[in-house]
Design a binder for this molecule. Structure first.
Ligand SMILES: NC(=O)c1ccc[n+]([C@@H]2O[C@H](COP(=O)([O-])OP(=O)(O)OC[C@H]3O[C@@H](n4cnc5c(N)ncnc54)[C@H](O)[C@@H]3O)[C@@H](O)[C@H]2O)c1
Length: 443
């Protein structure tokens, strides 16, 4: 078949691991499966993610399953703004312990700054509350250990919201890789590109500091490392990495505190006018007086201590090696991944956003050794909401949506393994040496 011939609905599900799994009810982590009444749901950290995917969307789509009983944020004005944006009528708090004591939630959603997740996760697991945490689960190895230990001690499995797994396209990649079509996978080439809009946005916010998001190695790459671990069905064991800050932070020729009062608006290619977004103004600008946090911070602030240019070699327990890179100031957004196998190669190229017209936003090819031709594969192509992963994940968590076994809800182990790849990469750069997982965690 020539490379231009698309294959319609070809079924690649051959391996026992995938085909044998069949359709199972979501695993015991499924919060909706616990009792029949509406679940008492509370959120800690009521910023963007809490008010959107885990706020207004849950209040609207799952009103028969979920009752909002409490919202908590350390910023008193933001938590009130969040309540209005979500459109619920429940008490608000600035003290987490007080919220747990007063409203006794059955489910807690953790959507605070990444480096603080572990505090809330461990406390709530100890109280027997079902905890759902946004990625990255943690930003440091000792936090990962604390969460794993708490999950085990209280026999209370955590849910880590790896929404990218639930994208139909990523499920299809899982099926193809597991099917044996390209034989045993020997290595992976994985490159992720963040453009000068989305990539720059991380340098405007708390993410610009390792103490907030653990660097993009953890905050962003946790998604990619989780996908790789899941696709390969293996654990990473060692990482060697390089990283540099080439564009943002100290590299700027001028700077200000944030975009709104900036005297360099006219000449700055990264100038961003937050005042055009009423929701963001309400959530952040109107809450600035409480903690001084500016959502439109200058990307050239001198305190930026993370990297915008990153590459790593990751070794896996099954012998696979992965070359990974993440660049955060690119002219376009998307990724390329190739799985190299003993019988062939699977190539995926995705444009999420690019400044030129493309005929196809994604291209996927399967090339078998010695056949001298490649097959173009048709793949699910949902755009937005993490390639359709967000909606499906919500359905699995809150409505028992049926999923194959390999899509059962990820717990602390998956959360830890993906974060630890980034933590190992960060450590490798700081200490200029390969870092083994056995140095970081006891599983
Ligand atoms: N899965 C995804 O695709 C995805 C997308 C966006 C964000 N996220 C994750 O969601 C989480 C929230 O991100 P966001 O974009 O909403 O950030 P945000 O800055 O909008 O919100 C974070 C909120 O946490 C609050 N907070 C911080 N520390 C706190 C503490 N100690 N106690 C109480 N409140 C505290 C802040 O005041 C803020 O309101 C992060 O972990 C982020 O990585 C995931």
């Amino acid at each position: 078949m020539s490379e231009n011939n698309s294959i319609n609905r070809r079924d690649f599900v051959k391996s026992a691991a995938v085909a044998g799994a069949g359709l199972l009810m979501a695993n015991s982590l499924n919060v909706a499966a616990q009792t029949s009444a509406k679940k008492r749901y509370a959120i800690i950290g009521t910023g963007h993610r809490a008010t959107s995917m885990w706020g207004v969307q849950i209040a609207e789509k799952f009103k028969n399953e979920i009752e909002f009983v409490g919202l908590c944020d350390k910023n008193s004005k933001r938590v009130e703004a969040a309540k209005q944006l979500i459109g619920v009528d429940c008490p608000t708090f600035t003290n987490f312990d007080e919220m747990l004591a007063k409203v006794k939630p059955e489910i807690l959603m953790v959507t605070t700054v990444d480096s603080t997740h572990h505090q809330f996760i461990t406390k709530a697991l100890a109280k027997g509350i079902k905890v759902i945490t946004e990625k990255p689960m943690v930003t440091e190895a000792n936090q990962a250990q604390a969460v794993l230990d708490a999950e085990k001690k209280y026999n209370n499995p955590l849910i880590v919201t790896f929404n990218y797994r639930y994208a139909p396209k990523h499920e299809k990649i899982k099926q193809i890789v597991s099917s044996g079509e390209i034989g045993e996978v020997t290595s992976v080439d994985f490159a992720w590109y963040l453009d000068t809009s989305h990539g720059a946005d991380y340098f405007r916010r708390w993410h610009r500091l390792k103490s907030g998001g653990g660097s993009l190695w953890v905050h962003k790459a946790t998604h990619h490392f989780d996908l790789a671990n899941w696709w390969l069905n293996s654990d990473p064991t060692e990482v060697t990495a390089y990283g540099k800050l080439n564009v943002y932070g100290k590299n700027g020729a001028f700077r200000s505190t944030n975009c709104r009062p900036c005297p360099h608006k006219e000449k700055c290619p990264f100038y961003w006018d937050m005042t055009k977004d009423a929701r963001l103004m309400k959530l952040y600008a109107e809450a600035e007086s409480v903690d001084g946090y500016t959502r439109d911070g200058c990307v050239f602030k001198e305190d930026v201590d993370i990297y915008d240019t990153m590459s790593a070699i990751v070794k896996y327990s099954n012998g696979v090696s992965m070359n990974y890179s993440l660049n955060a100031a690119m002219p376009y957004e998307g990724y390329q991944i190739s799985f190299n196998g003993t019988k062939g190669r699977l190539d995926i190229r995705d444009y999420e956003r690019q400044p030129w017209e493309v005929k196809e936003v994604q291209e996927v090819y399967l090339t078998k050794n010695f056949t001298k031709k490649r097959e173009k594969l048709e793949m699910p192509n949902i755009r937005g909401a993490h390639y359709g992963g967000d909606n499906r994940l919500q359905e699995v968590i809150f409505r028992n949506a049926e999923v194959p076994d390999y899509l059962k809800l990820p717990s602390a182990r998956a959360g830890a393994m993906s974060c630890l790849t980034g933590i190992a990469a960060r450590t490798s750069i700081e200490q200029n040496r390969p870092v083994k997982f056995s140095e970081l965690i006891k599983l």
